[in-house]
Design a binder for this molecule. Structure first.
Ligand code: UDP
Length: 245
């Protein structure tokens, strides 16, 4: 099953991965966390949670720190990447707090153990949380430098046997060129993993796309700016691009 479809009562999806970039939590600011934006994203997650869908989340860290930026400024790359991974933990904790004030029980699960702050990643334990309808936010990326949170989202989605990855962005799908700059940019409804790689479409980095392809995991790119948009797409409405095999 790849396409989001309605069963009449909701969605055909049982378990999904929601990937959002750190920048999606930055709101109109140029940096960091914008609490009203965090609240708004939590509303979107709550709507999907109310449908009974089991939710995994991965949140990036680019609103706070990106390893590549640090290394470009002379910092040793692996150290910079670990700082980026720590940034994702901050974002995860902010989202956990926003979800729990809504009564949506959430576990932040880190690839780098930090027991006083959140749970370490233990696959079978995470599956149990999902079965109990707790939102699982996978933090600290893959726990390894030289990767991104897109790869972490694909990895955890595969491990948790999610049916699809929903990637929330500023635009409603994948375009042949940046629609914020080019008025004639064309949106794809469907695109293959190989086309994404060959045409270098900006969806996720190449290692994440290759991992999704090898595990036959569809990626659905949609706009996070549309209130109720994610719920609508799960029910088979709205505009999005699906990356498939
Ligand atoms: N990072 C890493 N390994 C991972 C995931 C992330 O080293 O498995 C680091 C990397 O430095 C990256 C930063 O964490 O730049 C923040 O993640 P990302 O750039 O994916 O965040 P986003 O662009 O989604 O906000």
């Amino acid at each position: 099953m790849t396409e989001p479809t309605s069963t009449g009562e909701g969605t055909s999806y049982k378990r999904v991965m929601l990937k959002i970039s750190g920048e999606a939590l930055m709101g109109p600011q140029g940096y960091g966390l914008h609490p009203p934006t965090v609240e708004r994203v939590a509303d979107e997650v709550q709507r999907v949670h109310e449908m009974g869908v089991e939710i995994c989340m991965v949140i990036g860290g680019g609103n706070i720190f990106r390893g590549l930026q640090g290394s470009a400024q002379g910092m040793e790359r692996t150290t910079a990447d670990y700082m980026g991974m720590l940034a994702t933990v901050m974002n995860a904790l902010a989202m956990q707090a926003a979800l729990e004030t809504r009564g949506v029980w959430t576990r932040t699960i880190s690839a780098i153990p930090m027991d006083q702050v959140c749970e370490p990643y233990i696959r079978r334990r995470a599956v149990r949380h999902l079965e109990k309808k707790r939102v699982c936010i996978f933090a600290a990326g893959t726990g390894n430098p030289y990767f991104t949170t897109d790869t972490a989202a694909t990895l955890r989605a595969s491990e948790m046997k999610c049916e699809a990855i929903f990637k929330g962005t500023k635009v409603d799908g994948i375009y042949d060129k940046d629609p914020m700059i080019h008025a004639d940019a064309k949106r794809y409804d469907r695109v293959s993993y190989d086309d994404v790689l060959q045409k270098r479409l900006k969806v996720m980095d190449a290692s994440a796309i290759a991992l999704a392809r090898d595990n036959n995991l569809p990626i659905i790119v949609f706009s996070l700016d549309e209130p109720g948009g994610l719920k609508g797409i799960l029910e088979g409405r709205g505009t999005y691009t699906i990356v498939h095999g």
